[in-house]
Every structure is written in C-alpha cells, then in structure tokens.
Design a protein around this ligand. Structure first.
Ligand SMILES: C[S@@+](CC[C@H](N)C(=O)[O-])C[C@H]1O[C@@H](n2cnc3c(N)ncnc32)[C@H](O)[C@@H]1O
Length: 360
C-alpha cells in the first residue's frame, strides 16, 4: 500500500526515530526502509506543515514522501485491534494512543470508563510489547518534592525497578520511587550534545541522572549530580556501575542549594536546572555554582496563560540581573505540554558576571 513516510539522512536517523516515537508519529506496523544513505520512517498519518516544521527545527532537513510498503506480518501492534471484541465498542475509542515504556515497564493513563477493563488492557499491552512484563496505570499527577507519581499495577509482575536504555546509556529506574520520563529523551540528547571535553557540570535536580550519565558517556567531563531523593541517587550509583562511569559523575544526595553552598561554589561552567515548577527559586544557587567567569544555565520552567514565555524569560533575566549576572537567552523551545494550557519550556542561558539593566 502507499504509505506516507519521512526521509532523513542516515546519520540523523536514530535522533529522528526517537523524536517520532516520543510524539507517537512512527507507525510500528510498517518497516523502516533504507535507500542509499537515507532512512525512511513510516508515519501514522501525513504530517501538517507545522508538525513537519517543528521536527525540522530540531536541526534536521526532512522530506515527506510516499512509498509502497507492505505491513510487517507479526502479532498485532495496535492496542485497539487487539482489544476488539473484549471491550464494548463505545469504549474502544477511549483506548490510550500513547503509553510510556520504561525498560520492561509500561505506564499508561486510563480514562475512568476503562478501569473495569484495565486487566485486559494491561494484558493486551504486554502482547503487543513483548519486552514489557509489568503494566501500571497512572493514579494521579506528578507531585511532591521528589516529583513522584502514584501508580497501580494492572497486569504482569509487581516489579517497579527496571533498566531503561536511552541513547546507549543504561538507566536504573524505580518507576514508583524515582522520577523519570522517557519523553525527556530528546532534551537529554540535545543538552549533552553541547558539552565539551573538560567541562565541569552541576546537574542540580538529576533524578536518576540521565543528563549526568549521557554527558559523562559522551565527553570526558566532571559532573556533580544532586538529588534530594535518596532512591534516585541510589539508582544513579547503580547506573554508574552499569555504564562503567564510576568516578566520572559524583552522586550527591541532599538539597541542591545546601550542597552547592557547602561544596560547589564557583565550580561549574554549566548548570542544569530541570525542576520546571520550582527552578526559578533556585537561580541564586545556580549562579553560586557557576564559575566567576560565567557559563551556561539550562533552565526549565512552565508557561501558562498568565505567564507566557516572554514574561517568564524576562522574569528569569531580571532575577539574574538582581543577582549580579547578565544573561542572554541563546535558545529556547517548548519541551512538552505540562498540563492543559501549560507548556514545559527550556531556556539555554549564556550567563556572564555584570549587572545589566533589567529586562522589561
Ligand atoms: C523533574 S525531576 C528531574 C528529572 C531529571 N533531571 C531527568 O531529566 O529525568 C526533578 C528532580 O528534582 C529533585 N529535587 C526536588 N527538589 C530538590 C532540591 N531542593 N534539591 C535537589 N533535588 C531536588 C526531585 O527529587 C526530582 O528527582
């Protein structure tokens, strides 16, 4: 059948594949094909020019084309098709379109009408994803200091610990006791691609350490990876062993501000602040960690109707000016939706000492 595909240079293929999976655009029922030095990824549907443009902004030139492709003959890959006949027809449309797969664990968000059928849905997810041995349903949002989400087992083994691979790095994760989202994979890749050999990095809210581990795997750097959650630091220590990176990353458990004040004053040329709901209140600690000559801060925040991106940017620049630092926004982008009408965004801030006139 004629199938709409997206074509990219082979060397950018893995990056595009991860982005398409994260956005639920890759159609797993058709094969990825190769022609000369180009890879063609089958799409679930024809992308709008906005969707195509958004992908292109992530640094690649793409072409949307049509190819004659045969569906891969294998066990069903479509959750809805697998559940046909098991669920009342009216409910099939409520089947989730996307789920997070973290190592051998799937995490799914279910509409309340689907709860009576959750065991069937969980089993179907395991049939489709042969590596998955546990399926959990989200029981609420991410909350609390450690940014944890309550989960309920709906199928398979009650095993919350797993090993997830991201860009070749093995990450030890406990999906109940630590924060991790595979939807941040593109951001872990984007930020760590900027890292140069010899850098000193402070990852203030490291979680299980995906930024820290990928930076250390890619370059010879020193990373101080802080988290207040002891389970997260325990997982990071395990990952350091799994990736033979012991000594390259210093895992530190405790409050980022206290640890910076005690051990990391003026150490870093790069600071990662991935705590979107509260990073603003830690800007003082971030600049304390920075080398007196300045450096780069990757700041994550949340925008909403009352706080659009321009306003958030000016708040951050003004706060830095108040702290005695001038900064420019070298890059910004929306990372992902945070909630209805809210976006998680990242600002790459180039920061140098010196007071500027506050931004308006
Ligand atoms: C959004 S998660 C970070 C995720 C991680 N950077 C990643 O990309 O997967 C935020 C993390 O900040 C940690 N945290 C919250 N407050 C903190 C604080 N005051 N000091 C250090 N870590 C903190 C939480 O435990 C959580 O693991």
């Amino acid at each position: 059948m004629r199938k709409v595909c997206i074509q990219v240079d082979q060397r950018l293929g893995e990056r595009l594949r991860v982005m398409l999976v994260e956005r639920g655009l890759l159609d797993p029922e058709f094969p990825i094909t190769k022609e000369a030095n180009k890879l063609c990824f089958p799409l679930r549907y024809q992308l709008t020019s906005d969707e195509l443009h958004a992908l292109e902004q992530e640094t690649m030139t793409l072409a949307q084309i049509e190819l004659d492709l045969e569906a891969i003959s294998r066990k069903p890959t479509d959750l809805k098709a697998t559940l046909q006949g098991t669920l009342p027809d009216g409910l099939l449309d409520k089947i989730p379109h996307s789920l997070d797969i973290i190592g051998e664990i799937a995490v799914v968000e279910l509409d309340t009408d689907l709860v009576p059928y959750e065991a069937h849905i969980g089993e179907a997810i395991m049939i489709i994803n042969s590596r998955v041995s546990s399926v959990y349903a989200k029981e609420g949002g991410v909350s609390g200091v450690c940014r944890l989400r309550p989960l309920r087992l709906i199928a398979g083994q009650d095993q919350t610990y797993t090993i997830h691979t991201e860009y070749g790095v093995k990450l030890a994760i406990d999906v109940v006791h630590t924060y991790f989202s595979p939807r941040l994979g593109t951001e872990h890749d984007r930020v760590t691609r900027q890292v140069q050999a010899g850098e000193v990095i402070v990852d203030m809210f490291t979680g299980v350490g995906p930024f820290a581990l990928l930076a250390a795997k890619r370059q010879s750097v020193q990373v101080f990876a802080i988290d207040v959650n002891p389970h997260a630091i325990q997982c990071l220590k395990k990952s350091l062993e799994l990736n033979s990176l012991v000594g390259e990353v210093v895992p530190l458990v405790g409050d980022a501000r206290a640890i910076i004040d005690e051990q990391l004053v003026h150490k870093a040329n790069r600071v990662i602040m991935n705590l979107p709901n509260d990073a603003f209140s830690f800007l003082d600690a971030a600049v304390t960690a920075l080398n007196p000559k300045g450096g780069i801060i990757h700041f994550y925040g949340v925008t909403c109707q009352s706080l659009p991106e321009e306003k958030l940017q000016s708040n951050v620049l003004n706060r830095l000016a108040d702290l005695g630092w001038k900064a420019i926004v070298g890059y910004s982008r929306s990372v992902r939706p945070a909630a209805p009408h809210e976006e998680q965004i990242v600002l790459d801030l180039h920061v140098a000492p010196g007071i500027t006139t506050s931004a308006t």
